[in-house]
Design a protein around this ligand. Structure first.
Ligand SMILES: [Fe+2]
Length: 232
């Protein structure tokens, strides 16, 4: 089973899909590119919103999307609610289980786009609390704001690490060669498109699958999809 682990497809919710039509088209593309299950990981920022408010708002957007899918009558991937939870100190005192992918104890956590600081100890504390299983969102992107030693410390955290499909063909965030080596060494574990729209941040599994297939790493696609399936 192929899993989309990270995307912003819920309509009118965050900086992702702008409306229901866009959400439906994004989901059609997910399916056309071989995705069976989509985890809807809308942004959650604790400093801007109470969890209760976020969860109510998310349910509303999800219900609207499900109604549109039913009306469309076409074939769509299975959907599951989740969140991309931005790391802040306040998370140490929250019930993180409610922010996990529904029906799991898996929390997609986004580190701050900032140099190494006290946030790292807070991330370690959340991991040690062990109330949820942390998956670090698009871990490769933090190579751009962390020095080599700090990035290594992040990579050594004993958690699952998700990477963005875009990074496999776009050198903007990370040198492709280094990323392929990390996949080869099983240092990163799950793929997500982090799709936000139909244009500059689209569903792009085709391109990513081609890169990995051309590099003879089809088995790694299977392994990463299986990793995602196990925890969703
Ligand atoms: Fe994201």
């Amino acid at each position: 089973m192929n899993i989309e682990f990270h995307c912003h497809i819920l309509p009118e919710f965050d900086d992702g899909s702008e409306n229901i039509e866009m959400s439906l088209e994004m989901l059609r593309r997910e399916r056309a590119q071989g995705i069976d299950r989509v985890i809807l990981t809308s942004h959650f920022y604790r400093q801007r919103e109470e969890p209760d408010h976020f969860l109510r708002r998310r349910q509303k957007a999800y219900d609207a999307l499900c109604a549109a899918i039913a009306e469309d009558g076409g074939e769509f991937p299975e959907l599951k609610l989740g969140a991309e939870v931005a790391m802040t100190k306040e998370l140490l005192y929250e019930d993180l289980k409610q922010l996990c992918i529904r029906g799991t104890r898996t929390l997609l956590l986004e580190l701050p786009f900032a140099p190494m600081g006290s946030w790292f100890r807070d991330v370690e504390a959340i991991i040690h609390q062990n109330t949820v299983k942390v998956v670090l969102a698009h871990v490769e992107r933090f190579r751009a704001c962390l020095d080599k030693k700090s990035f290594r410390k992040v990579m050594e955290l004993p958690v699952t690490k998700q990477i963005n499909t875009t990074s496999l063909y776009d050198d903007g965030f990370f040198k492709k060669r280094e990323l392929l080596k990390m996949i080869e060494n099983d240092e990163v574990h799950i793929l997500g498109s982090d799709a936000h729209n139909l244009t500059d941040r689209p569903v792009n599994w085709d391109k990513a699958f081609k890169v990995l297939t051309d590099k003879g790493m089809k088995d790694k696609i299977r392994i990463m999809m299986r990793n995602a399936e196990k925890i969703t």
